[in-house]
Write a protein that binds this ligand. Structure first.
Ligand SMILES: Cc1cc2nc3c(=O)[nH]c(=O)nc-3n(C[C@H](O)[C@H](O)[C@H](O)COP(=O)(O)OP(=O)(O)OC[C@H]3O[C@@H](n4cnc5c(N)ncnc54)[C@H](O)[C@@H]3O)c2cc1C
Length: 360
């Protein structure tokens, strides 16, 4: 925009992080959101933060975010493969922090409040086009994978656990389903699949309840209170700046091809774009240094998962048994001499797999 106002399309984590950082640098900022409010993309649900490598509070501070965000942790988990159901006690080292998405208690709503306090302007119900803005943060543009979730009324699911299940019969191919207690009386049950299986998503949720006992025991016969979902698009752009416009978050293709964890990529890219726009570095150089290595890792893991399916997870979990304590870091042999070359080969094989099949 030419009136000195920086304009952003989309009020998700990527757009709002960008807006906050631009405003902190003294820029005037306006965010155009197609929906009627922030937090309307999702029915309230919990989503995990991957690739933090530091406490979430520290990560957010590094990303220029001062909003008080509530993190939820689950000390125990059921990890289910096709053959096994393993109960883990992570003894004070939970795998991931979770944040609420959707609604007024969500991550995005906290970011919105911070942006408002910094003087960022918002236009809701906006019909703006990409070509009219400086930053495109409007989320997924294509569906390489998708997830559908349902909120169920109270179940006997333990409140300090979550469940994640890798079983191709219910989440093909090499994807997963999970149950998380989202509130005092409700749990969410979500299934993620790759592109060819998207039309089957609702049937796969029902099938898991009918055919997989651990899921059925918790959810069969329970009332569905709401459902939510969406698609994720993932690709590696040559550049994320086109005709002077900055593309951030999923609008740039920044997603996790292995498990669909796009939030931290969205936040990082929003911060990097804002920095670049005020002359503090080159956006392409920043995301290629800080986001691309994670994306390459996830593409590499998608290759065996897409070809061999849940067998890959079965292999990683073979050394664990029920009542294991501690963490799961040993499931990925990252310190082995062969790991890095294997990751590089799998990354390239996955690009070839996509070129031949049209899906990750
Ligand atoms: C069911 C489900 C579960 C998920 N779970 C996880 C998880 O556990 N962990 C994780 O890291 N990731 C998860 N993800 C992915 C994560 O939600 C996204 O990667 C992340 O929200 C991307 O942020 P974003 O800001 O790029 O886009 P979005 O969050 O999609 O925000 C885009 C915003 O732009 C708005 N918009 C769209 N089009 C326009 C337009 N034309 N004009 C103006 N505004 C527009 C939208 O309404 C929205 O507010 C999940 C996704 C789904 C669907």
């Amino acid at each position: 925009m030419s009136d000195g106002m920086r304009s952003i399309l989309g009020a998700g984590p990527a757009g709002l992080t960008c807006a906050i950082n631009l405003a902190k640098s003294g820029e005037r900022v306006k965010v155009y959101e197609i929906r009627k409010d922030v937090g309307m993309r999702f029915h309230p649900n919990l989503q995990g933060l991957k690739y933090l490598y530091m406490p979430p509070e520290e990560f957010m501070a590094k990303m220029g975010i001062g909003a008080r965000i509530e993190y939820r942790y689950f000390p125990k988990a059921y990890i289910c493969t096709r053959k096994r159901e393993i109960e883990f006690d992570m003894s004070g080292r939970p795998l991931l922090p979770f944040v609420e998405r959707g609604g007024r208690n969500s991550l995005e709503y906290r970011l919105y409040e911070e942006a408002l306090s910094l003087g960022v302007e918002f236009e809701f119900g906006s019909k703006r086009q990409e070509r009219e803005v400086d930053v495109v943060a409007s989320g997924a543009k294509r569906a390489d994978a998708a997830a559908v979730g349902r909120i169920y009324e109270d179940t006997d699911f333990p409140r300090d656990h979550y469940l994640v299940m890798f079983d191709d019969r219910f989440s093909p191919k090499g994807w997963y389903s999970y149950i998380i207690p989202t509130g005092k009386d409700v749990v969410e049950f979500v299934t993620c699949v790759s592109k060819p299986y998207i039309p089957l998503l609702h049937k796969l949720l029902d099938k898991a309840i009918l055919e997989r006992r651990i899921i059925g025991d918790f959810l069969a016969g329970k009332k569905i209170l709401a459902s939510f979902g969406g698609a994720g698009g993932v690709w590696i752009p040559k550049t994320a700046v086109k005709e002077g416009r900055y593309y951030v978050g999923e609008a740039a293709g920044f997603q996790d091809a292995f498990m669909g964890f796009g939030i931290t990529h969205a936040i990082r890219s929003g911060k990097f774009a804002a920095d670049a726009m005020v002359g503090k570095g080159n956006y392409d150089a920043m995301w290629k240094r800080e986001i691309l290595p994670y994306m390459r890792k996830d593409f590499a893991w998608r290759f065996p998962a897409a070809i061999l399916g849940d067998w890959v997870i079965e292999l990683g979990m073979r050394k664990y048994s029920d009542k294991n304590r501690g963490d799961l870091s040993g499931a990925i042999p990252e310190k082995s001499w062969w790991y890095k070359p294997a990751e590089a080969i799998c990354f390239h094989l996955e690009q070839l797999h996509y070129a031949l099949s049209g899906s990750w």
